[in-house]
Design a protein around this ligand. Structure first.
Ligand SMILES: Cc1ncc(COP(=O)(O)O)c(C=O)c1O
Length: 359
C-alpha cells in the first residue's frame, strides 16, 4: 500500500538536542540552558498581567510599541528592527529569507546548536569552520567564502565555548566580506562580555547594509519563557524580508508588553551582569580548585573539559540524578566538555560540591 511522504525538507532537518529535565519538579539546580537565575521584575510581571486582559485580540503584527522602544534604546530606526518569537525564530527566518537551495551558509563549529537547522531547512550547503584555540577563526572563514556563499553567522560571544572576539576583529572581518554575502552577528550574550561595550557593535550597522545583529530578551533580560528576540538590521529591506517569510502573529501580546517594560529597567540589566560576573568568578575558582581550567568566559556560562566523552556523559547523568542539570558537550558537538550556566550562588556551590564527589 502506498503511504503519504514527508517533504524533503523535513527529512533533512536536524532535531534540536533538547536538554532533559524541563518537566522535573522539586529542588533542581537548572544550569543547563543559559537562562537568567533571577525571577522577572515585578513591573514586568505587571505589564504581562495587564496584557492578559486583551487576550481576545490578536497581538500587534507590526510590533509597533516594542520596535519604538528598541529604536529609542539602541538608536536604530524602527524600519530596521525585526522582532521574533525568540532569536531562534529570526535565525530560521533568515535562512528562509536569505538562502536558496545550493547556496552556502557558513558558521564556526562548535557553535549554537540552531545553526545547522538554518542551512538544512533551506537545502543550502553548510560550511562549518573549526575554531582555532577555542576561538572563532575569522581568517579561516574569510578564506572559505565563495561566489555561492549567501550567509555567514558569527556567534559572539560563542555558545557553547563562552569565548569572545574583540569588536575590532569583527569590524575588520566585515570590511573584507564581499558585498554579496549576508552576515549575522549573533550577540545573544554580548551584555556579559568584558571585551567591549555591548552597544559598541551598533556603530557597524550604518556601514554594512548586509549586516544584522541578533539580540534576545532570553538572557540578560530574563524572559526566555516568553520568547522575544530582535534583529537590528543594516538595511530596511532585510527587515522586510524577515517579516515576509513568517506568520504575522508570531510574537504574542504578553511577550510584547513584557519586553517593552523590561527595556525600561536598564539598571536591572546592569545588576544582572554584575551578578553573572560574580558567579563566573565563583564557578571558575571552584573549578580550578578541582584541577579544571575553564575557558575565558564572556557569557553567562562556563565551558570546560572533564575527561573523555564517556566520562563526561556519566558525569552529566549522575549530576542530573542528584538534581543538578548541566549541558553535555556531546550534545553540543564537543564530547568531554561540560557547559554550566551560572545560577544563584548556592546553586553554583551545589554544582561544585557534587562535581567534586564525582571526580
Ligand atoms: C548563541 C545564541 N543565539 C541565539 C539564541 C536564541 O535564544 P532565544 O531563541 O531564546 O531568543 C541562543 C539561546 O540559547 C543562543 O545561545
Amino acid at each position: 500500500m502506498s503511504r503519504p511522504q514527508f517533504s524533503q525538507r523535513v527529512e533533512r532537518l536536524p532535531r534540536y538536542p533538547a536538554a532533559p529535565g524541563y518537566a522535573w519538579k522539586g529542588d533542581i539546580a537548572r544550569l543547563a540552558s543559559n537562562e537568567s537565575p533571577d525571577p522577572p521584575l515585578p513591573e514586568v510581571l505587571e505589564a504581562a498581567q495587564a496584557a492578559l486582559a486583551d487576550l481576545n485580540r490578536y497581538p500587534d503584527p507590526t510590533h509597533g510599541r516594542l520596535r519604538e522602544a528598541l529604536a529609542d534604546r539602541y538608536g536604530v530606526p524602527v524600519e530596521r528592527i525585526a522582532i521574533g518569537n525568540g532569536g531562534s525564530d529570526l535565525l530560521i527566518a533568515a535562512g528562509d529569507a536569505l538562502l536558496d537551495p545550493g547556496a552556502e551558509v557558513m558558521y564556526a563549529w562548535p557553535s549554537f546548536s540552531m545553526y545547522p537547522h538554518i542551512g538544512q531547512a533551506a537545502g543550502a550547503t553548510e560550511v562549518r569552520v573549526p575554531l582555532k584555540d577555542d576561538v572563532i577563526d575569522l581568517d579561516a572563514m574569510l578564506a572559505e567564502i565563495t561566489a555561492a556563499t549567501q550567509l555567514i553567522v558569527v556567534c559572539n560571544p560563542n555558545n557553547p565555548t563562552s569565548t569572545a572576539l574583540p569588536l575590532r576583529d569583527i569590524a575588520a572581518f566585515l570590511e573584507q566580506v564581499p558585498g554579496h554575502v549576508w552576515v549575522i552577528i549573533d550577540e545573544a550574550y554580548c551584555e556579559y562580555s568584558l571585551l567591549d561595550d555591548p552597544d559598541a557593535s551598533l556603530e557597524l550597522l550604518p556601514r554594512h547594509p548586509n549586516l544584522a545583529l541578533l539580540r534576545t530578551f532570553s538572557k540578560v533580560y530574563g524572559l526566555c519563557g516568553l520568547r522575544v528576540g530582535f534583529m537590528l538590521c543594516g538595511s530596511g529591506e532585510l527587515c522586510q524580508a524577515l517579516y515576509a517569510v513568517r506568520q504575522p502573529f508570531a510574537v504574542n501580546a504578553v511577550a510584547q508588553a513584557a519586553a517593552v517594560e523590561a527595556l525600561r529597567h536598564q539598571d536591572a540589566v546592569a545588576q544582572r551582569v554584575e551578578r553573572a560576573i560574580a558567579a563566573r568568578l565563583q564557578l571558575d575558582e571552584g573549578l580550578r580548585r578541582l584541577g579544571i581550567e575553564p575557558l575565558e568566559s564572556h557569557a553567562n556560562f562556563s565551558w570546560f573539559r572533564v575527561g573523555d566523552g564517556e566520562q563526561e556523559r556519566a558525569i552529566v547523568d549522575e549530576l542530573a540524578r542528584r538534581g543538578v542539570l548541566v549541558r553535555s558537550g556531546t550534545a553540543l558537538g564537543e564530547p568531554g566538555y561540560l557547559r554550566v550556566t551560572y545560577g544563584q550562588p548556592h546553586e553554583n556551590e551545589r554544582f561544585l560540591s557534587e562535581l567534586a564527589t564525582l571526580l
